[in-house]
Design a protein around this ligand. Sequence first.
Ligand SMILES: *[C@@H]1O[C@H](CO)[C@@H](O)[C@H](O)[C@H]1NC(C)=O
Ligand SMILES: *[C@@H]1O[C@H](CO)[C@@H](O)[C@H](O)[C@H]1NC(C)=O
Ligand SMILES: *[C@@H]1O[C@H](CO)[C@@H](O)[C@H](O)[C@H]1NC(C)=O
Length: 325
Amino acid sequence: MATDELQSPLIPPRPRRVISAAAALSVAATLALVFLLVAGLGPFSGTSCRTSPGSSPPDPVGVELTLLAAAHDKGAVCLDGSPAGYHLQTGTGAGSRSWVIHLQGGGWCDTVRSCSDRTMTYLGSSKFMQKQVNFSGFLSNDPVLNPDFYSWNRVLVRYCDGASFAGDSQHEDGNGTLFFRGRRIWEAVLDELMGKGLAHSKQALLTGCSAGGLATLLHCNDFRARFPQEVTVKCFPDAGFFVDAKDLSGQRSMRSTYDGVVHLQNVTQVLPKDCLLANKDPTECFFPAELIKSINTPTFILNSAYDSWQVQYVVAPDRSSPDES
Ligand SMILES: *[C@@H]1O[C@H](CO)[C@@H](O)[C@H](O)[C@H]1NC(C)=O
Ligand SMILES: *[C@@H]1O[C@H](CO)[C@@H](O)[C@H](O)[C@H]1NC(C)=O
Ligand SMILES: *[C@@H]1O[C@H](CO)[C@@H](O)[C@H](O)[C@H]1NC(C)=O
């Protein structure tokens, strides 16, 4: 089930090519945009990003879902009001004071209807999340498969807010309450992990795929700010560089999706102040091209030049086809 849940049904699994993450990090001191032809993604339903756990695990280890303590008091809840959660596998030996935190992806919801639909899925409710996930790839504890991070503390943060861990609002109607609490989930997860050893880390890497890659960019500076200067902190958004491009019919479909997310879910608090002060539209400030201007933490951006999700949904969405107009 983990495999179904975390991989896109849109894109067949691809052979994995090995890239040394340590090599990636060593050049991370400068902001780099790397184009690779291999990473596909599917944010609406999960992804086939290279950092995603759950893809073809040869020797998987089930890692328990931890629901946030005091989720209700902190308002750190999924769209349906259920507690948000994460999976943590504790580090060992040389990795015991190193942490990698992976923010799960899965697209966005930009309307009451689409957010409401998510409450019946793992992307909107912890009631539908599997209780165990097999960690593999980037999160594997196998030194052969994952030589750089196998011994680190490894965390998969479950995505159930529909706005890249950024919203803070709620919506009431005849059908009850929808909770837009991604930002509180982010805060509560980080606070809880601090108490589980993150506060004593020597190095910490924030990563995420697709909508989780966008979340990585949104929260990179805040993540850095939680640690003393002597701690090495870096960010690694995978397949999260969504572009504000026109589609085939000349419309900005992606911007209109983000416009819905930004306003419905109230994400303004996490947007870069510089961007907002420049009187830009908050929706524009939600795009990576703006976000990276304010990131002062070493960040390594991984994105395919032929990102299949963006080709399908940004450049050529259904509504841009001549047949649809
Ligand atoms: C994890 O892997 C084990 C062994 O291959 C398998 O039996 C189990 O069903 C997997 N769990 C999930 C949630 O996929
Ligand atoms: C929007 O978010 C900010 C910051 O989190 C919060 O103070 C404000 O009350 C929220 N507005 C609404 C309408 O929920
Ligand atoms: C409640 O949900 C139903 C089914 O999705 C929908 O038809 C109806 O319009 C919703 N009511 C409100 C007030 O949003």
